[in-house]
Design a protein around this ligand. Structure first.
Ligand SMILES: NC(=O)c1ccc[n+]([C@@H]2O[C@H](COP(=O)([O-])OP(=O)(O)OC[C@H]3O[C@@H](n4cnc5c(N)ncnc54)[C@H](O)[C@@H]3O)[C@@H](O)[C@H]2O)c1
Length: 420
């Protein structure tokens, strides 16, 4: 294959993600459309600063090859403001049959069934999970219900993929969820979109190949200007603590390295939006914006933020800085001369890459492949909790004016044994 000139590669990447993003966006609400806005295009699509082609991520030469002709029987739940149930392309995957769908709101349930080309509906997740035909469920319900819903699915002997975050502000729920995943031995995956953005994916490949060495410093940022609360099921978004929704940002450290945060000091900003005034939200949360500094298991630091009051700014992005190299929107800069293949795995031609930097289709495909190959999905329970729980502790720190706090650790059993 001819090596693509870097500029050509970047142009193609940008064009492809814009085209797919536009198609997806046409069906979505304004909030969810933000995933396809220019500010949320893959960072690699931005103009280059470093013109050395040998030092840049390479496009894939691989084509998708089927690994099985088996069809996994899926249930899909949740068609809220973001219409997430149908946004990941499960209904278009050659190894998936959608058996049934559900949303508590009948009109949404009907729309979801139509979008998934599926006739069978259930009035709730709780009813759907009783269907013995269904082997796996995608939970795209409201964030406060994720842990409870995933536990319900697993207890009915089905694999589960959930929209982010894994848990909503509760360490007890994290423990319960972990216990259930470990006890059942079923597949659990959190659909963190930043993990499958082109830049974050490339950082992960380069990190694993040794192109950064240990990370000295990382930045992960999620900006979502929202002077008025975005609509949500029973109002869960109204005044919510910013870093209870940390995973788009923490993905730029945990999703790149597979390593962990150990402690945090976080500060909050008290924006003047009505939902954050005293008594205005159920969380007693005064902060519109939170910025946390974490220590990492590599001995480095990570600045992780979630900000809602910076006028007009909507973006999900990150940068990594290591002993041997660094990477930002402009690409890789460092000692590694020949980079590994950094493009995302090929998708079946029927599956659209979708929104949030073309990550949706990849997340669905990864979950399907993990079931077919009987392996852990990339963002398994330990990674999911390691991306979610640090944000909960960061919010506690912000409420205590930045007091340094320890982060509970969630490691796979093998790693735990090695550390003891
Ligand atoms: N980039 C990203 O990864 C990203 C972006 C947007 C949203 N999200 C996540 O996606 C999820 C969905 O977002 P949304 O804005 O559509 O949520 P939403 O609050 O608007 O809607 C949730 C839907 O779940 C349904 N539901 C709740 N309990 C149910 C039950 N027991 N059975 C059946 N249906 C039930 C509700 O009726 C509602 O329609 C959220 O958790 C959000 O955090 C992730």
């Amino acid at each position: 294959m001819h090596p693509l000139h870097r500029r050509e590669f970047l142009d193609r990447l940008g064009r492809a993600s814009m085209g797919l993003g536009a198609a997806w966006a046409a069906k979505s609400s304004i909030y969810c459309r933000l995933g396809a806005e220019p500010g949320l295009q893959p960072a690699l699509a931005k103009p280059a600063l470093d013109s050395s082609p040998s030092n840049q991520p390479t496009p894939s030469s691989k084509k998708w090859e089927p690994i099985s002709d088996r069809k996994i029987r899926f249930g899909i739940v949740g068609y809220g403001v973001c219409r997430f149930g149908a946004a990941f392309g499960f209904q278009d995957h050659p190894n998936v049959q959608i058996v049934a769908v559900s949303d508590l709101i009948p009109e949404r349930c009907r729309e979801l069934a139509k979008a998934c080309r599926c006739e069978k509906t259930y009035p709730s997740l709780e009813e759907l999970v009783k269907d013995p035909q269904i082997e796996a469920v995608f939970v795209a319900t409201d964030a406060p219900s994720h842990a409870r819903h995933c536990i319900e699915v697993l207890r009915h002997d089905k694999h589960v993929m959930t929209a982010v975050p894994a848990v909503w502000g509760s360490l007890e729920e994290a423990e319960k969820l972990l216990e259930t995943v470990e006890k059942t031995g079923l597949k659990y995956m959190m659909a963190e979109t930043s993990c499958f953005r082109a830049d974050c994916w490339a950082m992960r490949q380069i990190y694993q190949a040794g192109g950064f060495g240990n990370l000295v410093y990382t930045e992960g940022e999620y900006y979502h200007y929202s002077p008025r609360p975005i609509d949500s099921f029973r109002g869960w978004r109204i005044g919510s603590p910013p870093l209870w929704y940390p995973t788009h940002s923490t993905a730029y450290y945990v999703g790149v390295t597979g390593k962990r945060f150990t402690s945090v000091s976080c500060l909050g900003f008290r924006g003047n939006f009505p939902a954050y005034q005293p008594g205005a939200n159920r969380y007693n949360n005064p902060f519109t914006d939170e910025v946390a500094l974490f220590q990492t298991t590599e001995g480095g630091t990570a600045r992780i933020s979630m900000c809602k009051s910076i006028r007009g700014l909507v973006a999900e992005r990150g940068r990594v800085f290591g002993q041997l190299g660094w990477m930002d929107e402009s690409g890789y800069h460092g000692a590694m001369e020949k980079l590994p293949e950094t493009s995302r795995p090929p998708l079946p031609p029927t599956v659209p890459a979708g929104g949030h930097g073309g990550s949706h289709g990849h997340l669905a495909h990864e979950f399907v492949c993990a079931i077919l190959e009987d392996r852990q999905p990339l963002i398994h329970i330990y990674e999911a909790l390691a991306m979610t729980v640090p944000g909960i502790i960061a919010h506690q720190s912000a409420l205590k004016d930045g007091q340094t706090m320890k982060i509970p650790q969630y490691d796979p059993p093998r790693k735990q044994a090695a550390n003891s």
